[in-house]
Design a binder for this molecule. Structure first.
Ligand code: PHE
Length: 478
């Protein structure tokens, strides 16, 4: 494996500053915002989750994003764009490139199951568009539909025909779309798409939000089944869960997953910036956009809407974030005027948000094939296509029902990323160096970031991560 840059094809760049910000926001805004976040919040007691969540955002998320953007641009200016090369130039050691390979594997593995959920969203959107969903008013139809789609029920399995075949076809379609955007090149593919998708998403999701909030209290005799009750659950802080290390682990895992921090994606995107392109304000802007989508749209739609239908969310019985999105929400759409249109809009939004994220998981792998082996873009895309098919094939095979997906997500989305983020923090704070980091961060910057952020990155971040992780391990020891 050679991590020396050599190929003109990888020397592409971003077209504009707003373009790179929207592409980074596109990577960040995804299923994590609309499904994973409400699911995690529900699982960890709603309001109890929000305090560790915001602390993780300020102490870990934003500082680590700055570190990634800084290191990415630094390596990119020296001609390295893929994680193995980037790690090598930062660590100045040959063996470092193997660490980079691990950094490529995690987003790739996440992709293999993420794309399956992406396909579910498209299937739901299409079924709303054709009117196949919402036939009659049997509240059980959504659970049955989702069961067939995920192979959880006896009459359907992913390879067993019917909805299963549809799923395979749609997953293949999603592959094709992802690869198409990547093969078009950075600015003509990902950037051009995100420039339309992110503003469009903001408008469409806001329309759904307004409709959901207007539900208010549909039946005054059942005050617990209301938007207000859902908002209360989501925003009233509760102390108990704060003493559970798992809440803290889940909160930081959610921050990493949602901001796409620690996955090697942001370093890669930033590696296409020029020496004096701003990173400080761009990273902050992309992260702020992500939080708006997550807290104001994801957080205000899913849980309050679920309350209107369920009247309560019992953290113990919540099977997974997926059921909230794919079974409970359709039941809420079924209750509302214009439900079919809003159902379509919601799942179409999820699909678009998912695409702008999934391309960012594959793009670094594609560039690695080109940069590391000198493969042409087409060949690299073909190889990537084969790997995706094998990876997602394995996921689909094992994912009858939701348990496997949830488990996958826990190990990759929470634990794996945790380890990678810790490595990155140590790499930045102790090898790259915070003085150099501070100087690099401010080259061409439009804002001034206080030095205390660097001190936090060097000392607080690794300790914070290790303490949570250790506490979690101790709690779960047999
Ligand atoms: N941030 C994306 C989301 O919220 C997921 C993602 C993870 C994207 C890792 C890139 C890398 O859905």
């Amino acid at each position: 494996m050679d991590s020396t840059p050599r190929d003109g094809a990888t020397r592409a760049g971003w077209g504009s500053r707003i373009g790179v910000i929207l592409a980074a926001a596109g990577s960040a805004v995804g299923l994590g915002n609309f499904l994973r976040f409400p699911g995690q919040a529900a699982k960890h007691g709603g309001g109890a989750f929000m305090l560790p969540y915001f602390i993780s955002l300020l102490v870990l998320g934003i500082p680590l994003a700055w570190a990634e953007w800084t290191m990415g641009r630094y390596a990119g200016v020296r001609g390295y764009h893929s994680a193995p090369g980037i790690f090598r130039v930062l660590l100045r050691h040959h063996a470092a490139k193997y660490l980079g390979v691990v950094a490529l594997l995690i987003p790739f593995i996440v992709y293999t199951y993420y794309v399956v959920v992406e396909a579910w969203c498209l299937i739901y959107a299409l079924h709303y568009a054709t009117g196949d969903l919402m036939r009659g008013d049997d509240p059980g139809q959504y659970a049955a539909f989702f069961g067939r789609l995920t192979g959880a029920t006896a009459e359907g399995s992913v390879f067993g025909g019917g909805d299963g075949l549809t799923l395979l076809g749609v997953v293949a379609l999603c592959f094709a779309l992802n690869l198409y955007l990547i093969v078009r090149g950075l600015s003509r593919g990902i950037e051009a798409f995100c420039k339309v998708a992110i503003p469009g998403l903001a408008v469409l999701a806001t329309i759904v939000l307004v409709r959901v909030l207007l539900l208010g209290t549909p039946d005054p005799s059942k005050p617990s089944q209301s938007i207000e009750a859902g908002l209360g659950f989501m925003w009233n802080p509760r102390a108990e869960a704060l003493f559970d290390p798992e809440t803290w682990l889940a909160a930081s895992g959610q921050i990493f997953f949602s901001l796409s921090v620690g996955f090697g994606v942001l370093v890669h995107y930033a590696s296409y910036l020029r020496k004096k392109d701003d990173v400080a304000l761009s990273a902050l802007t992309a992260n702020s956009m992500n939080e708006l989508f997550e807290v104001c749209l994801g957080g205000l739609i899913t849980i309050p809407a679920a309350f209107v239908f369920l009247g309560a969310i019992d953290p113990g019985t919540l099977e997974s974030s997926f059921k909230l999105g794919f079974v409970t929400l359709p039941n809420v759409f079924a209750m509302m005027w214009g439900g079919r249109v809003f159902g379509f809009l919601w799942f179409f939004c999820l699909f678009i948000a998912a695409i702008t994220s999934s391309v960012s998981m594959l793009q670094p792998v594609m560039v690695f094939f080109q940069e590391g082996t000198g493969m042409s873009r087409r060949r690299a895309a073909a190889l990537l296509g084969v790997l995706c098919a094998v990876g997602s094939g394995i996921v689909l095979y094992f994912s009858k029902g939701l348990v496997a997906l949830d488990t996958f997500d826990f190990w990759m989305g929470t634990v794996g990323i945790f380890v990678l983020a810790t490595v990155q923090a140590v790499l930045y704070g102790w090898v790259f160096g915070i003085e150099r980091g501070h100087e690099e961060l401010h080259r061409g910057a439009h804002i001034k970031v206080p030095f205390v952020v660097q001190i936090g990155l060097k000392y607080v971040v690794p300790v914070y991560l290790l303490v949570i992780f250790a506490a979690f391990c101790v709690k779960n020891l047999p």
